[in-house]
Ligand binder design. Sequence first.
Ligand code: UDX
Length: 440
Amino acid sequence: MKITVIGTGYVGLVSGTCLAEMGNDVLCLDLDARKIAILQDGEIPIHEPGLLEMVRRNVAAGRLRFTTSIEDSVAFGQLQFIAVGTPPDEDGSADLQYVLAAARNIGKHMTDYKVVIDKSTVPVGTGDRVKAALADELAKRGLDTPFSVVSNPEFLKEGAAVEDFMRPDRVVIGAEDERGIAMMRELYAPFIRNHDRVIVMDVRSAELTKYAANAMLATRISFMNELANLADVMGADIEQVRVGIGSDPRIGFHFLYPGCGYGGSCFPKDVQALIRTAEENGRQLKVLQSVEDANEAQKHLLLEKIDGRLGKDLAGKHFALWGLAFKPNTDDMRAASSRVVIQGLLERGATVTAYDPVAMNESRRIFGDETRLRYADAPMAALQDADALVIVTEWKEFRVPNFGAIKAALKLPLIFDGRNLYPPQQVRDNGLEYFAIGRR
Ligand code: UDX
């Protein structure tokens, strides 16, 4: 099939590349000439395991191309995926200007039937606005060329996005007309060969499904975080509680890991956007508002533990920080807990040396010329002259450290672990003081 993908951000680039990998002809459009130049040079502007090789392979095969030309991109695909950003407005609701501009551009240039597919995460009702914008542009040209508008939310996890796209556990398609539904089924058939995992529904339900999924997962995390904080004061061990409840198949083990808060480009933004959507429609999502508030508080928990042990004045204290990314296998620091922790340590007068396997450049970009924040090129190198170690991201390489060497390197042998990486007793047996989340 001939496919245009509008927007070469994270979702657009992964989707376009995976669709090409399945043998489709894909043209990716971005108005940012710098991004397109990077892609045309055989590089990618983001870090995602397996993606670079797949981009290069499909470019070489002639199935994947990149352009800045709106005319070319509209002419190319019978399927037009909209995968542009929906950044939060000041009040947390999603800003739809890029989605609607993409729809208008299609309406301005199309000459034959198109399926216009919303992949961006957009509030309920956006499908209708896309349809109206497109029809309006066609009407200005005196045309009534047929088109279908489809909602096809993505459920990609950063760090596993290629795998998630190639082997989806479900494909949600919101569509109102048979022609659009048939084309979407044909497109996804090779990705779900052995099971029919396509769930067809109306557009508004598909739009809400995306938010509902992320909001449910965020709820599980905030719930566990609050229980972990309770376990802390009650002398219970949240790890044991987690295993105890997760073994109930109605609950399950996924997304029950307490920590120093969730971050990333989806959960924080989507939770806020859903709360705003509800408010705009005269409803209050009380549970979700608490999920959001609890997460904000959780991002400050490591600082509270540090305050409790060392006091609020940290002038002259030096901290090693392991992990900057909001989770492993990505360099993404959007809404990352590390940002709150670094900011808090600097405000209290401390200095910090951070290590992260891939996110240090991103951190340099965010913190600019902050002189009290430095970087190390290896985990142990970050510990030089440090009083204490703070862990914010659960990278695999932090999982089996040499505790003897950590003890020898730290001036005060303290570990503040925001991801519960170690059995507490093992750390303590090595003469280190260990502060984790909800561990005995
Ligand atoms: C999420 C959804 O999983 C994905 O389906 C959707 O399309 C986009 O949003 P992502 O943001 O890439 O994906 O990361 P995810 O692995 O879900 O983790 C999000 C955050 O939650 C991370 O900060 C992670 O550390 C935190 N988390 C996750 C926990 O604190 N505890 C858990 O048990 C799981």
